[in-house]
Design a binder for this molecule. Structure first.
Ligand SMILES: Cc1ncc(COP(=O)(O)O)c(C=O)c1O
Length: 332
């Protein structure tokens, strides 16, 4: 008997579509590009955190939690989706937000921040950029425990060995779709931040003994720091599911050349990528994650990283609410 058991909630019906981006592929004169539409996942406005939350919230419910506590940036997609999952499950949700490094937190900010209010977060605490998010979450949790409540803490981006299972399941889904369409993917390209998406995908492909390589395009850290982060999560997720065998360093590839000056700071490449995908395929990316991820894919194509016969799958991890916070980047 397999002693490993997983609890999972289900927030999306069926699989997210994989679409061929024929016009974009032609425009770039490169490999065959497809897109996995995880922006169409369930819960408010979709995005990659929905998959992680299926496992995290299941664990919270299993432990008898009545409140989810999580943290992130002021425009955190992860906070929006954790709150949406709480609403769906009839749980409370408290958020700790890290103020922008410039220090100018705007209480009237739109995008995800607006949705935190609309979806009814029980508490929103904004702390300085350099302050410790985990300690702030622990403080909220302690005060709830004193009231006899049961909080469940979810780390930044939902990235731990439980959340990563969501992307292990996604790799499984991609393999099934590839099998049905007889199009195995040579590469999956994804934006990588807190690392759970990339780590989960790699574990999932390893478990299937698939040859698909995962390329992470960094949105914040440098290459060495991001690869170490993803590798740590990869090892803990693999251990959790009892995956045997060596994990080689080459399994983790993170490219830091498209981050620009820093997290959430716009780059010309991001603006070009968001515009190009909108105008060739009618698909909206976002300025913080998928815009830079696609800028990375375009950059890799232009430098000849892929052959023309390669099949490349870009993972659309969501995030479009943040697009509406930066109209100045896209208005004429
Ligand atoms: C839209 C979007 N894409 C990609 C990512 C990065 O995923 P991960 O944190 O699992 O590396 C995030 C994380 O917040 C996100 O919100």
């Amino acid at each position: 008997m397999n002693k490993i058991r997983y609890h999972r909630r289900k927030y999306t019906q069926g699989h997210t579509p994989i679409e061929r981006l024929e016009r974009l592929s032609k425009e770039l004169g490169g490999p065959s590009i497809s897109i996995k539409r995880d922006d169409m996942l369930g819960l408010t406005a979709g995005g990659n955190k929905t998959r992680k939350l299926e496992y995290l919230v299941a664990e919270a419910i299993e432990q008898g939690a009545d409140t989810l506590i999580t943290c992130g940036a002021v425009q955190s997609n992860h906070c929006r989706l954790t709150l949406a999952a709480a609403v769906r499950e009839g749980l409370h949700c408290q958020l700790v937000l890290s103020a922008p490094e410039t220090g100018d937190y705007q209480p009237q900010a739109s995008g995800n921040h607006l949705l935190f209010h609309l979806l009814g977060a029980e508490k929103i605490e904004v702390i300085p950029a350099e302050a410790d998010l985990l300690a702030a979450m622990e403080e909220l949790a302690e005060s709830l425990r004193k009231q006899g409540r049961k909080p469940y803490l979810i780390p930044v981006g939902g990235s731990n060995e439980v959340g990563s299972l969501g992307y292990m399941a996604c790799a499984e889904e991609i393999e099934q779709q590839a099998w049905e369409t007889t199009t195995p993917y040579d590469y999956v390209v994804t934006a990588t931040g807190s690392g759970g998406t990339q780590a989960g995908l790699i574990v999932g492909f390893m478990a299937r003994q698939s040859n698909t390589k995962v390329i992470g395009i960094n949105v914040s850290r440098d290459r060495a720091a991001q690869e170490a982060k993803v590798m740590g999560l990869l090892r803990s997720t693999a251990a959790r599911i009892g995956l045997q065998g060596d994990i080689r360093a080459e399994a983790v590839l993170c490219d830091d050349r498209f981050v620009g000056p820093g997290y959430a700071i716009p780059t010309d490449g991001m603006i070009e990528a968001v515009r190009l995908v909108a105008r060739t395929e009618g698909i909206l990316l976002d300025p913080v994650y998928t815009g830079k991820g696609m800028a990375g894919l375009i950059g890799l194509i232009r430098e000849g990283h892929f052959t023309k016969s390669d099949h490349v799958l870009f993972l659309h991890t969501g995030g479009s609410p943040a697009l509406y916070t930066v109209p100045q980047l896209f208005l004429p």
